[in-house]
Design a protein around this ligand. Sequence first.
Ligand code: GTP
Ligand code: MG
Length: 198
Amino acid sequence: MKIKSANFVMSNSNVAKCPKELLPEYAFIGRSNVGKSSLINMLTQRKSLAKTSGRPGKTQLINHFKINENWFLVDLPGYGYARVSKKDKKTFQKYITDYFLERQQLVCAFVLVDIRHEPQKVDLEFMEWMGENQIPFCLIFTKADKLKPKAIENHVNTYLKALLEGVWEEAPKYFVTSSSNGLGKEELLAFIEDININ
Ligand code: GTP
Ligand code: MG
């Protein structure tokens, strides 16, 4: 799919205030600093459409970006960021969970994990929660530029194995990506296009 336009629409912390249009949307979620905002920029080929930072906790709101005038990409705050206060952590977790539970337009969520890391409890628990609430998601491995091909394969296999040894009977659909070198871009956009036209 060719991205002809990508525009920031709004940021807010209340799912009830998100855009009213009934357009398909795809949301990016995962630990702080995993590369959610960078991936949105990579997919849309807009350098700073979504704000990124080397310091975790950059994205703090629900951000809607309208793509090709007919679907949305949604950038969300990260979870598992220790440096925000307990109270803040609670509020953003609540509006993230509200977003997933209430947003009718959500077609698929992308749960991002850093390909270099062993499966982390917080991510596995989040995916379990998505499953319990029947929220469709795919898994995205980020920062694949940091590993050699053989290591990528090993890390992906270890991850899928951990899911299958846990609560999952079937591994989720997954993508291996790098916002630095564009790996996974075409595959991910083709996946979205396929859903949008069907
Ligand atoms: P929060 O908004 O804080 O939750 O973080 P985020 O998940 O949106 O991460 P962000 O896109 O801001 O990226 C965090 C850091 O990782 C930045 O320094 C990025 O440059 C870096 N980064 C993101 N994706 C990649 C990637 O594919 N490869 C490499 N090498 N670095 C990446
Ligand atoms: Mg971000």
